[in-house]
Design a protein around this ligand. Structure first.
Ligand code: ADP
Length: 273
């Protein structure tokens, strides 16, 4: 089921090219949302690693943390400053390597303050993170969605001109079942899926190096086949990732497994030029 609001969205109004609502971020070349059916599968981690991989490739990157009630992006990048405003816009904070970041945690007095807001307030804040932040020139803005298919992801999909969605899952049957709901949502809203990333796919034994499938054999190929989408990457469980996330040093991680996802983004940018 998709809420009725969809009928009023730009994508479905039938007036393509003649939209009264101007794009407030004309210098942002490409917007990609990172989505998961359920929490805890590593969606924010994938957002962070994608940003690092794209930045390392020489692109100008921003992250809009739309996971307002569970923001983990600032911590991953070691950011604990408060964002300021200037010329009527909120200025995003730049990471050590120059990734522009906006998250509700950068506006709170304390990073552990709880945000207890109803859906419409959350939707309003997400929209403001798009319209009222001085993103400037970006090759790609990555949007870390909250898990699921409810209000907040719907707000992003209806108010930000997305070029695609990356869906993140883990190998457990439960996550795989729920990821299908996320994929159905993108289909119903006519948003292209860039592909699927499986996180926590496997691990290597630290003593003998043997590959271990912690969650049994993955069913991910069943989804990629059924939905005719690309498997962009399989990310291992790596204690180094967890350590760097906790230390706020995700930019130090040597991201090797996101080449296919990175190439797809570069292709989108090339096609737009
Ligand atoms: P989600 O956004 O889906 O709720 P997160 O991306 O915030 O989940 O992941 C939670 C934490 O789990 C991360 O900060 C990281 O410490 C850990 N984590 C996620 N994926 C991995 C991985 N592949 N290897 C090691 N730790 C991981």
């Amino acid at each position: 089921m998709v809420s009725k609001e969809l009928d009023k969205s730009c994508k479905n109004c039938g007036d393509e090219g003649d939209c009264p609502e101007e794009n407030p971020q004309k210098d942002v070349k490409c917007c990609l949302a990172v989505m998961s059916g359920k929490g805890g599968v590593g969606k924010s981690l994938v957002t962070g690693l994608m940003a690092v991989a794209l930045k390392n490739a020489g692109l100008k990157i921003g992250i809009l943390d739309a996971d307002l009630t569970g923001p983990s992006i600032p911590k991953m990048f070691g950011i604990n400053k408060k964002a300021k405003s200037g010329d009527g816009k909120i200025i995003p904070i730049e990471s050590l390597n120059g990734i522009k970041i906006m998250s509700l945690n950068l506006l709170l007095d304390r990073e552990d303050d709880a945000v207890i807001w109803r859906g419409p307030v959350i939707a309003g804040a997400i929209k403001q993170f798009w319209t009222d932040v001085a993103w400037g020139e970006l090759d790609c803005l990555l949007i870390d969605l909250p898990p699921g298919t409810a209000d907040a992801p719907l707000t992003v999909m209806q108010s930000i001109p997305l070029d695609g969605v990356i869906v993140v899952s883990s190998p457990q049957d439960l996550a795989v079942m729920i990821v299908k709901k996320a994929l159905q949502m993108t289909r119903k809203l006519n948003i292209p899926t860039l592909g699927l990333i499986e996180n926590m796919s496997y691990a290597h034994c630290p003593k003998c190096g043997e590959k271990i499938d912690f969650f049994g054999e993955s069913n991910i190929s069943e989804i990629t086949k059924d939905y005719k989408i690309d498997l962009l990457a399989e990310i291992p469980i790596d204690p180094q990732i967890a350590k760097l996330c906790d230390e706020g040093k995700i930019e130090d991680y040597d991201v090797k497994f996101l080449d296919k996802a990175k190439n797809n983004v570069e292709k989108i940018l090339k096609d737009k030029n």
